[in-house]
Design a protein around this ligand. Structure first.
Ligand SMILES: Cc1ncc(COP(=O)(O)O)c(C=O)c1O
Length: 372
């Protein structure tokens, strides 16, 4: 029985039925700081030294006064433009959030409601489901296909036609399977379903090198919304900064449900410095891609069952019980994530990719433990 339901006073405040019936999103966040963290797909080296300097230099009045956001959307646009855009983007097409999680919550708050459907894939990032549940939405989750976890394109298209969902959310590349859907196919989907908000969570696009953004025209497909974050590549996970890129009207409606000061002054300062130092991010991504090649080679040479596609993470099916391996690695100071409870991949472990040296450390310990 839910312990929060014991001995309830009948004269108590009652939450919405949707909240009463759902589970909150939780993650094993505590006690991680001194470990090799290959469990949350974070940047494993930390932010640019320029970010650290900017944070150290924060004057008192940035702390005692509410945050100012002037110029931040323009800095986002400048950074995106350097990396290539199909059409120029205005500040009104950028939404700023306290991490992409806050953006996802706001999207569902403004475009989700009881009687509407949320279409997505399975397994995927865990926060979409509670956000849809909060709004009382029906969830349609289409499984990835085959042993390579291919994107279920035909089924998603059929659901778009038959079910007219209010929101389709595609994680691309998908966390945790790494599955990739091409930008061309994403734009085709957006064109065929103008009434569905097509949300593309591109948190890991830098590790893929492909994005829907360079091809997107938000006048032609105003229902397309792209999510980006500085958590994983720029190393700002602890400060929380994410943004959305889309059509002006959509961005405006989603912005209506946020508070006026949701992003704090430290995150603003760090975001400015990180966006200016794209070279640092590119260098980190290059190191991860090198390490990804190295670990893939080891997996193949040693015939370890695995799945590695897009993103800075991959899945391994150990010979021994996955949770036992997870616990034993933790004792050695290495954190990874068991996928227990996830459909299709419940017996696997998800391992984030850091630098080659970090992956070598993981690999040596993993190989010494995973013996039958
Ligand atoms: C696919 C995906 N989307 C969103 C998030 C959350 O991003 P942020 O840290 O910007 O809130 C994560 C974090 O793990 C993620 O994997």
């Amino acid at each position: 029985m839910d312990p929060t339901k014991k001995n309830l006073n009948p004269f108590r405040p009652i939450p919405r039925i949707e909240i009463e019936n759902m589970r909150g999103y939780t993650a094993p966040l505590e006690g991680r700081r001194d470990m090799l963290r290959l469990d949350f797909n974070e940047n494993t080296l930390g932010p640019s030294p320029k970010v650290i300097k900017a944070l150290k230099d924060i004057p008192n009045n940035h702390i005692s006064i509410y945050p100012e956001y002037c110029g931040l959307k323009e800095a986002v646009i400048e950074n995106l433009t350097k990396r290539g855009l199909a059409a120029p983007i205005e500040a009104s097409q950028i939404g700023l959030f306290n991490g992409v999680d806050a953006a996802i919550n706001a999207i569902f708050h403004s475009y989700g409601e009881k009687g509407k459907k949320m279409l997505t894939t399975n397994p995927t990032f865990g926060y979409y489901t509670p956000c849809a549940q909060m709004q009382g939405m029906e969830i349609i989750a289409i499984p990835y296909e085959g042993t390579k976890f291919n994107f279920p394109l035909e089924k998603i298209k059929a659901e778009l036609i038959n079910q007219s969902p209010g929101i389709l959310i595609i994680c691309n590349p998908n966390n945790p399977t790494g599955t990739i859907l091409s930008a061309k196919k994403i734009l085709e989907i957006a064109e065929m379903s103008p009434k569905t908000l097509i949300v593309v969570d591109e948190l890991y696009e830098a590790f893929l090198g492909e994005s829907a953004l360079p091809n997107a025209d938000f006048q032609k497909t105003p229902n397309l919304l792209i999510l980006r974050s500085l958590a994983k590549t720029a190393g700002l996970a602890g400060l929380r900064f994410g943004f959305t890129i889309g059509n002006e009207e959509v961005v405006n409606r989603i912005g209506r449900v946020t508070g006026p000061y949701d992003i704090n002054s430290f995150a603003v300062t760090a975001a400015f410095a990180a966006l200016e130092d794209q070279e640092y991010i590119d260098h980190y991504v290059d190191q991860v891609l090198d390490a990804r090649d190295w670990i893939q080679e080891q997996l193949l040479i040693n015939d370890v069952k695995h799945h590695l596609q897009g993103g800075n993470y991959f899945l391994i099916w150990p010979k021994r019980n996955a949770t036992e391996i997870e616990n034993e690695l933790r004792k050695e100071g290495i954190l990874i994530r068991s996928m227990k409870g996830k459909d299709l991949i419940g017996a696997s472990l998800r391992i984030s990719i850091g630098t080659k040296t970090q992956m070598q450390k993981f690999w040596n310990v993993f190989m010494s433990l995973d013996k039958t």
